[in-house]
Design a protein around this ligand. Structure first.
Ligand code: SF4
Length: 329
Protein backbone atom coordinates (compact mmCIF):
# COMPACT_ATOMS: atom_id res chain seq x y z
CA UNK A 1 0.00 0.00 0.00
CA UNK A 2 2.88 2.32 0.73
CA UNK A 3 4.25 2.16 -2.80
CA UNK A 4 3.81 5.67 -4.26
CA UNK A 5 1.42 6.55 -1.42
CA UNK A 6 1.97 8.44 1.82
CA UNK A 7 1.64 6.85 5.25
CA UNK A 8 -1.18 9.17 6.40
CA UNK A 9 -3.30 8.16 3.47
CA UNK A 10 -2.53 4.47 3.84
CA UNK A 11 -3.12 4.10 7.60
CA UNK A 12 -6.92 3.92 7.47
CA UNK A 13 -6.95 1.59 4.46
CA UNK A 14 -4.40 -0.68 6.09
CA UNK A 15 -6.45 -1.20 9.23
CA UNK A 16 -9.67 -1.74 7.29
CA UNK A 17 -7.93 -4.14 4.93
CA UNK A 18 -6.50 -6.28 7.72
CA UNK A 19 -9.90 -6.42 9.39
CA UNK A 20 -11.49 -7.62 6.17
CA UNK A 21 -8.68 -10.05 5.28
CA UNK A 22 -6.87 -10.99 8.49
CA UNK A 23 -4.66 -13.73 6.97
CA UNK A 24 -3.05 -14.75 3.70
CA UNK A 25 -5.61 -17.55 3.42
CA UNK A 26 -8.51 -15.15 3.95
CA UNK A 27 -7.13 -12.89 1.24
CA UNK A 28 -6.58 -15.85 -1.09
CA UNK A 29 -10.24 -16.92 -0.68
CA UNK A 30 -11.66 -13.39 -1.14
CA UNK A 31 -13.39 -12.44 -4.41
CA UNK A 32 -11.39 -9.79 -6.28
CA UNK A 33 -14.43 -7.47 -6.20
CA UNK A 34 -14.34 -7.40 -2.39
CA UNK A 35 -10.63 -6.64 -2.33
CA UNK A 36 -10.99 -3.85 -4.89
CA UNK A 37 -13.83 -2.37 -2.86
CA UNK A 38 -11.55 -2.17 0.19
CA UNK A 39 -8.90 -0.58 -2.02
CA UNK A 40 -11.19 1.94 -3.71
CA UNK A 41 -9.71 5.45 -3.64
CA UNK A 42 -6.17 4.31 -2.87
CA UNK A 43 -5.18 4.17 -6.54
CA UNK A 44 -2.66 1.94 -8.33
CA UNK A 45 -5.12 -0.95 -8.31
CA UNK A 46 -2.56 -3.31 -9.80
CA UNK A 47 -1.17 -3.58 -6.26
CA UNK A 48 -4.48 -4.97 -4.97
CA UNK A 49 -4.74 -7.46 -7.82
CA UNK A 50 -1.15 -8.55 -7.27
CA UNK A 51 -1.72 -8.99 -3.54
CA UNK A 52 -4.64 -11.33 -4.20
CA UNK A 53 -2.67 -13.27 -6.81
CA UNK A 54 0.33 -13.52 -4.46
CA UNK A 55 -1.89 -14.70 -1.60
CA UNK A 56 -3.36 -17.39 -3.86
CA UNK A 57 0.10 -18.56 -4.92
CA UNK A 58 1.20 -18.72 -1.26
CA UNK A 59 -1.98 -20.53 -0.18
CA UNK A 60 -1.27 -23.23 -2.76
CA UNK A 61 2.26 -23.90 -1.53
CA UNK A 62 2.58 -27.16 0.46
CA UNK A 63 3.35 -25.25 3.69
CA UNK A 64 1.27 -22.16 2.75
CA UNK A 65 4.18 -20.05 4.05
CA UNK A 66 5.42 -16.73 2.68
CA UNK A 67 8.82 -17.32 0.99
CA UNK A 68 11.66 -16.13 3.22
CA UNK A 69 14.23 -15.27 0.54
CA UNK A 70 14.52 -12.45 -1.99
CA UNK A 71 14.52 -14.98 -4.83
CA UNK A 72 11.43 -16.76 -3.48
CA UNK A 73 9.57 -13.49 -2.96
CA UNK A 74 10.48 -12.28 -6.46
CA UNK A 75 8.51 -15.21 -7.87
CA UNK A 76 5.30 -13.86 -6.34
CA UNK A 77 3.10 -11.58 -8.46
CA UNK A 78 3.74 -7.89 -7.73
CA UNK A 79 7.05 -8.38 -5.91
CA UNK A 80 9.68 -6.23 -7.62
CA UNK A 81 13.25 -5.80 -6.32
CA UNK A 82 12.30 -3.17 -3.72
CA UNK A 83 9.30 -4.98 -2.21
CA UNK A 84 11.14 -8.31 -2.14
CA UNK A 85 14.16 -6.70 -0.41
CA UNK A 86 11.97 -4.83 2.07
CA UNK A 87 9.95 -7.92 3.05
CA UNK A 88 12.99 -10.22 3.12
CA UNK A 89 15.01 -7.88 5.35
CA UNK A 90 12.23 -6.66 7.66
CA UNK A 91 10.28 -9.90 8.05
CA UNK A 92 13.05 -12.49 7.66
CA UNK A 93 16.31 -10.71 8.52
CA UNK A 94 17.89 -11.21 5.08
CA UNK A 95 20.91 -8.89 4.66
CA UNK A 96 19.87 -6.94 1.58
CA UNK A 97 19.34 -3.17 1.15
CA UNK A 98 15.86 -1.97 0.15
CA UNK A 99 16.15 1.00 -2.17
CA UNK A 100 13.09 3.17 -2.52
CA UNK A 101 13.07 6.78 -3.78
CA UNK A 102 13.76 8.18 -0.31
CA UNK A 103 16.66 5.83 0.36
CA UNK A 104 18.21 6.50 -3.05
CA UNK A 105 18.09 10.23 -2.31
CA UNK A 106 19.81 9.78 1.07
CA UNK A 107 22.54 7.63 -0.50
CA UNK A 108 23.07 10.08 -3.36
CA UNK A 109 23.64 12.83 -0.78
CA UNK A 110 25.72 10.83 1.68
CA UNK A 111 28.16 9.93 -1.08
CA UNK A 112 27.51 12.95 -3.36
CA UNK A 113 26.80 10.66 -6.30
CA UNK A 114 26.16 12.54 -9.54
CA UNK A 115 23.62 11.38 -12.12
CA UNK A 116 19.86 10.84 -11.94
CA UNK A 117 18.71 7.90 -9.83
CA UNK A 118 16.64 6.69 -12.78
CA UNK A 119 19.87 5.95 -14.69
CA UNK A 120 21.05 2.35 -14.38
CA UNK A 121 24.71 3.29 -13.81
CA UNK A 122 23.84 5.71 -10.98
CA UNK A 123 21.58 3.13 -9.41
CA UNK A 124 24.32 0.51 -9.47
CA UNK A 125 26.72 2.90 -7.70
CA UNK A 126 24.12 3.71 -5.05
CA UNK A 127 23.40 0.02 -4.54
CA UNK A 128 27.10 -0.65 -3.99
CA UNK A 129 27.25 2.14 -1.41
CA UNK A 130 24.13 0.74 0.28
CA UNK A 131 25.81 -2.67 0.65
CA UNK A 132 28.83 -1.07 2.31
CA UNK A 133 26.59 0.60 4.91
CA UNK A 134 24.15 -2.24 5.53
CA UNK A 135 24.08 -3.62 9.06
CA UNK A 136 23.95 -7.33 8.32
CA UNK A 137 22.99 -8.14 11.92
CA UNK A 138 19.87 -5.94 11.74
CA UNK A 139 19.11 -5.36 8.05
CA UNK A 140 15.41 -4.74 8.64
CA UNK A 141 16.07 -2.01 11.19
CA UNK A 142 18.76 -0.54 8.94
CA UNK A 143 16.41 -0.37 5.95
CA UNK A 144 13.59 1.13 7.97
CA UNK A 145 15.96 3.69 9.47
CA UNK A 146 17.10 4.70 5.98
CA UNK A 147 13.50 4.95 4.76
CA UNK A 148 12.58 7.05 7.77
CA UNK A 149 15.64 9.28 7.37
CA UNK A 150 14.66 9.96 3.77
CA UNK A 151 11.00 10.56 4.60
CA UNK A 152 11.39 12.64 7.78
CA UNK A 153 14.78 14.38 7.68
CA UNK A 154 16.46 14.28 4.27
CA UNK A 155 13.49 15.68 2.33
CA UNK A 156 13.66 16.15 -1.42
CA UNK A 157 13.53 19.95 -1.41
CA UNK A 158 14.72 20.92 2.04
CA UNK A 159 17.01 18.50 3.85
CA UNK A 160 17.04 19.20 7.60
CA UNK A 161 20.78 18.72 8.03
CA UNK A 162 20.90 20.31 11.49
CA UNK A 163 18.72 17.49 12.82
CA UNK A 164 20.35 14.75 10.81
CA UNK A 165 22.08 11.94 12.75
CA UNK A 166 24.54 11.28 9.90
CA UNK A 167 25.39 14.88 8.99
CA UNK A 168 29.02 14.42 10.10
CA UNK A 169 29.67 11.90 7.35
CA UNK A 170 27.50 13.40 4.64
CA UNK A 171 29.49 14.54 1.59
CA UNK A 172 26.67 16.60 0.10
CA UNK A 173 26.41 18.61 3.31
CA UNK A 174 30.16 19.10 3.43
CA UNK A 175 30.08 20.39 -0.14
CA UNK A 176 27.24 22.80 0.67
CA UNK A 177 23.82 22.93 -1.07
CA UNK A 178 22.89 19.27 -0.38
CA UNK A 179 19.56 19.65 -2.22
CA UNK A 180 21.64 19.64 -5.43
CA UNK A 181 21.74 15.84 -5.09
CA UNK A 182 20.40 13.70 -6.61
CA UNK A 183 20.33 15.18 -10.12
CA UNK A 184 16.84 15.68 -11.48
CA UNK A 185 15.51 12.94 -13.72
CA UNK A 186 14.28 14.10 -17.10
CA UNK A 187 10.51 14.42 -16.70
CA UNK A 188 8.17 12.82 -19.17
CA UNK A 189 5.30 15.11 -20.13
CA UNK A 190 1.91 13.63 -19.30
CA UNK A 191 -0.41 13.72 -22.29
CA UNK A 192 -4.10 14.65 -21.93
CA UNK A 193 -6.52 11.92 -22.98
CA UNK A 194 -10.24 12.53 -23.62
CA UNK A 195 -12.84 9.85 -23.02
CA UNK A 196 -16.62 9.72 -22.86
CA UNK A 197 -19.09 7.63 -20.90
CA UNK A 198 -22.84 7.19 -21.18
CA UNK A 199 -25.35 7.68 -18.38
CA UNK A 200 -28.17 5.37 -19.36
CA UNK A 201 -31.20 4.70 -17.19
CA UNK A 202 -33.98 2.14 -17.36
CA UNK A 203 -36.52 1.65 -14.60
CA UNK A 204 -34.41 3.45 -11.97
CA UNK A 205 -31.35 1.40 -12.83
CA UNK A 206 -28.20 2.59 -14.61
CA UNK A 207 -25.98 0.79 -17.03
CA UNK A 208 -22.50 -0.01 -15.65
CA UNK A 209 -19.63 -2.20 -16.83
CA UNK A 210 -16.70 -3.91 -15.14
CA UNK A 211 -13.26 -3.40 -16.65
CA UNK A 212 -11.26 -6.49 -17.67
CA UNK A 213 -9.20 -7.91 -14.80
CA UNK A 214 -5.87 -7.16 -16.41
CA UNK A 215 -4.63 -3.71 -17.38
CA UNK A 216 -5.27 -0.22 -16.05
CA UNK A 217 -7.93 -0.15 -13.27
CA UNK A 218 -8.58 -3.84 -13.89
CA UNK A 219 -11.71 -5.23 -12.22
CA UNK A 220 -13.17 -1.82 -11.30
CA UNK A 221 -16.65 -0.71 -12.38
CA UNK A 222 -17.55 2.38 -14.41
CA UNK A 223 -20.16 3.83 -16.72
CA UNK A 224 -19.70 2.39 -20.22
CA UNK A 225 -17.92 4.45 -22.84
CA UNK A 226 -14.68 4.75 -24.75
CA UNK A 227 -11.55 6.78 -25.23
CA UNK A 228 -12.15 9.37 -27.94
CA UNK A 229 -10.11 8.89 -31.11
CA UNK A 230 -8.87 11.85 -33.18
CA UNK A 231 -11.72 14.07 -34.32
CA UNK A 232 -14.38 12.00 -32.55
CA UNK A 233 -17.04 13.78 -30.47
CA UNK A 234 -17.89 12.65 -26.91
CA UNK A 235 -21.33 11.62 -28.17
CA UNK A 236 -19.92 9.42 -30.93
CA UNK A 237 -17.43 7.83 -28.53
CA UNK A 238 -20.31 7.07 -26.14
CA UNK A 239 -22.38 5.32 -28.78
CA UNK A 240 -19.39 3.29 -29.96
CA UNK A 241 -18.17 2.40 -26.47
CA UNK A 242 -21.57 1.39 -25.10
CA UNK A 243 -22.29 -0.82 -28.10
CA UNK A 244 -18.88 -2.51 -27.86
CA UNK A 245 -19.03 -3.08 -24.11
CA UNK A 246 -22.71 -3.87 -23.54
CA UNK A 247 -24.39 -4.60 -26.87
CA UNK A 248 -26.88 -1.78 -26.19
CA UNK A 249 -27.46 0.99 -28.74
CA UNK A 250 -27.83 4.42 -27.16
CA UNK A 251 -28.98 7.84 -28.38
CA UNK A 252 -26.87 10.63 -26.83
CA UNK A 253 -28.54 13.63 -25.18
CA UNK A 254 -27.13 16.31 -22.91
CA UNK A 255 -23.71 16.46 -21.27
CA UNK A 256 -23.92 15.76 -17.54
CA UNK A 257 -20.44 16.68 -16.39
CA UNK A 258 -16.79 16.56 -17.41
CA UNK A 259 -14.41 15.23 -14.74
CA UNK A 260 -10.63 15.17 -14.71
CA UNK A 261 -8.16 12.76 -13.18
CA UNK A 262 -4.39 12.37 -13.30
CA UNK A 263 -2.78 8.97 -13.63
CA UNK A 264 0.95 8.37 -13.30
CA UNK A 265 1.48 8.66 -17.07
CA UNK A 266 -1.39 10.79 -18.36
CA UNK A 267 -4.26 13.12 -17.50
CA UNK A 268 -7.78 12.18 -18.51
CA UNK A 269 -10.91 14.26 -19.06
CA UNK A 270 -14.03 12.12 -18.98
CA UNK A 271 -17.17 13.58 -20.59
CA UNK A 272 -20.31 12.01 -19.13
CA UNK A 273 -23.27 12.22 -21.51
CA UNK A 274 -26.88 11.44 -20.60
CA UNK A 275 -28.16 8.93 -23.15
CA UNK A 276 -31.34 7.07 -23.93
CA UNK A 277 -31.40 3.41 -24.78
CA UNK A 278 -34.44 2.86 -26.94
CA UNK A 279 -33.44 -0.69 -27.82
CA UNK A 280 -30.94 -3.46 -27.25
CA UNK A 281 -30.43 -6.06 -24.54
CA UNK A 282 -27.23 -6.43 -22.59
CA UNK A 283 -25.03 -8.86 -24.48
CA UNK A 284 -21.89 -8.85 -22.32
CA UNK A 285 -21.40 -10.58 -18.98
CA UNK A 286 -19.43 -7.66 -17.54
CA UNK A 287 -22.32 -5.23 -18.10
CA UNK A 288 -25.29 -4.80 -15.74
CA UNK A 289 -28.18 -2.55 -14.74
CA UNK A 290 -27.77 -1.36 -11.16
CA UNK A 291 -29.56 1.01 -8.77
CA UNK A 292 -27.73 3.97 -7.24
CA UNK A 293 -27.17 2.10 -4.00
CA UNK A 294 -25.87 -0.96 -5.81
CA UNK A 295 -23.48 1.19 -7.86
CA UNK A 296 -22.35 2.91 -4.68
CA UNK A 297 -21.40 -0.48 -3.21
CA UNK A 298 -19.25 -1.43 -6.22
CA UNK A 299 -15.52 -0.76 -6.47
CA UNK A 300 -15.63 2.19 -8.86
CA UNK A 301 -12.93 4.01 -10.79
CA UNK A 302 -12.18 7.46 -9.40
CA UNK A 303 -13.76 9.16 -12.42
CA UNK A 304 -16.88 6.99 -12.20
CA UNK A 305 -17.21 7.93 -8.52
CA UNK A 306 -17.06 11.63 -9.45
CA UNK A 307 -19.66 11.14 -12.18
CA UNK A 308 -21.90 9.21 -9.76
CA UNK A 309 -21.73 12.05 -7.24
CA UNK A 310 -22.78 14.55 -9.90
CA UNK A 311 -25.53 12.23 -11.13
CA UNK A 312 -26.90 11.85 -7.61
CA UNK A 313 -26.95 15.63 -7.17
CA UNK A 314 -28.80 16.17 -10.42
CA UNK A 315 -31.12 13.28 -9.72
CA UNK A 316 -32.01 14.45 -6.26
CA UNK A 317 -32.73 17.93 -7.55
CA UNK A 318 -34.95 16.75 -10.34
CA UNK A 319 -36.23 13.54 -8.74
CA UNK A 320 -35.64 11.90 -12.09
CA UNK A 321 -32.77 11.39 -14.48
CA UNK A 322 -32.21 14.27 -16.91
CA UNK A 323 -33.44 13.11 -20.25
CA UNK A 324 -33.24 16.21 -22.38
CA UNK A 325 -30.39 18.51 -23.25
CA UNK A 326 -29.65 20.82 -20.30
CA UNK A 327 -26.56 22.98 -20.53
CA UNK A 328 -24.44 22.71 -17.42
CA UNK A 329 -22.75 25.61 -15.78
FE1 SF4 B 1 20.46 14.53 4.04
FE2 SF4 B 1 21.55 16.68 5.20
FE3 SF4 B 1 21.51 14.32 6.46
FE4 SF4 B 1 23.08 14.68 4.35
S1 SF4 B 1 23.21 15.75 6.32
S2 SF4 B 1 21.81 12.91 4.76
S3 SF4 B 1 21.81 16.00 3.10
S4 SF4 B 1 19.73 15.57 5.88
Amino acid sequence: MLQQTQVDRVALYYERFLKAFPSVRALARAPLDDVLKQWEGLGYYGRARSLVKAARVIAERPDAAIPATVEGLRELPGFGPYTAAAVASIAFGVAVPALDTNVLRVLARLFAVDGAVTEAATRRRLETHAHTLLDSARPGDFNQAMMELGAMVCGARSPRCLLCPVSRVCRARALGDPARWPAESPKARRPMVHAACAIVERNRKWLVVQRPETGLLGGLWEFPGARMVDGESPEAACVRGVLEKTGVTVRPGAPLVAVRHTFSHFHVTLHAIVCRAPRGRIAHERAAWRTFDEIDALALTRTARKVLTRLRDVNERRKSVPKSATPLR
